[in-house]
Design a protein around this ligand. Structure first.
Ligand SMILES: [Zn+2]
Ligand SMILES: [Zn+2]
Length: 298
């Protein structure tokens, strides 16, 4: 199939725009959207030190490549990468991330759940099942990310979240009657509240994968290791996939709505005073996880 904008062979089809795009026009399209997202949110400021959360997957590698190109000629913004190894046997997260960071010649900092908490994701899954393990993994990984970021003067953490992740999370929250999980989700990490930026929230996951493969050499690991397989989330995703296959703008609409609602939402009355996450009737689930793995005592 020929590119909709030139005569080259297309490598990407966008069902939501009807366009086939070659590597050049696909790259231009994705980067224009990401730049617009950054501008709209005011996500880059002079004096910033940006840390990309690098996980050895194609999407986070693509985010590093994109930001590297974006600030290459700016002396007032610094870029580094942080990797938290969750500990999955046969998945050399740190090794792969190090190679990607070194390929860009930027500082790379790393930590692991094994070193920091004496636990691995493999062990968590074995002990607690996939869903509880995924929740614990997310809390502990984010805490460690923020600790490393704070110790290196990072002012923003950049995460390669796709439009699919936002839409799927919100849709699943709607169906389970917990939309506040999306609407009041925290937009910063750590005790000092380092803002999180997500330049790729308007890009589909499949395009992020393609963009990373196109611009960063080497093989990639699977994305999002801390993901659950709960029946609710799986059923919600299936329903959304079916709907989206006939209405390809559905994910964008859901993600936009989530963004609008969280933008106008004021502070939630039951935010945990210790960590800023949403509390449930039984207390703060995130702090319960921290307590269990004795984060505070280390
Ligand atoms: Zn083209
Ligand atoms: Zn808490």
């Amino acid at each position: 199939m020929q590119c909709s904008a030139c005569r080259r062979e297309a490598i990407v089809f966008q069902p939501y725009s009807g366009k086939h795009l070659c590597p050049v026009h696909f790259t231009r399209d994705l980067e224009a959207k990401a730049k617009r997202t950054i501008r709209t949110h005011g996500w880059l400021r002079p004096g910033d030190t940006i840390a990309v959360m690098l996980e050895g997957d194609a999407a986070s590698a693509g985010l590093l490549f994109f930001l590297f190109g974006l600030i290459r000629n700016r002396r007032d913004i610094r870029l580094c990468a942080i990797t938290v190894d969750p500990g999955i046997s046969g998945s050399p997260v740190a090794e792969r991330a190090r190679a990607i960071a070194e390929g860009h010649g930027i500082p790379w900092f790393t930590g692991s759940l094994a070193e920091r908490y004496g636990i691995t994701l493999d062990r968590l899954i074995q002990d607690e099942g996939q869903d509880a393990a995924a929740r614990a993994c997310r809390v502990l990984t984010t805490d460690l990310l923020s600790e490393i970021a704070e110790s290196h003067g990072v002012t923003r953490c950049a995460i390669a979240t796709s439009v699919d992740e936002i839409a799927e999370g919100f849709f699943s929250d709607l169906l389970t009657g917990t939309p506040e999980q999306t609407i009041f989700s925290r937009k910063s990490v750590g005790r000092s509240g380092i803002p999180v930026i997500r330049p790729f929230i308007e890009i589909p996951a499949a395009e992020l994968e393609r963009y990373g493969q196109l611009h960063v050499p080497g093989n990639f690991l699977p994305a999002a290791p801390c993901t659950g397989t709960s029946g609710f989330a799986r059923d919600a995703n299936e329903a959304l996939n079916t709907y989206n296959s006939r209405h390809p703008a559905a994910r964008f609409a859901l993600a936009n709505l989530a963004g609008t609602l969280s933008g106008i939402a004021s502070d939630h009355p039951s935010t945990c005073p210790a960590c800023g996450e949403l509390q449930s009737a039984g207390g703060c689930p995130a702090c319960a996880i921290r307590e269990k793995y004795r984060r505070g005592t280390a």
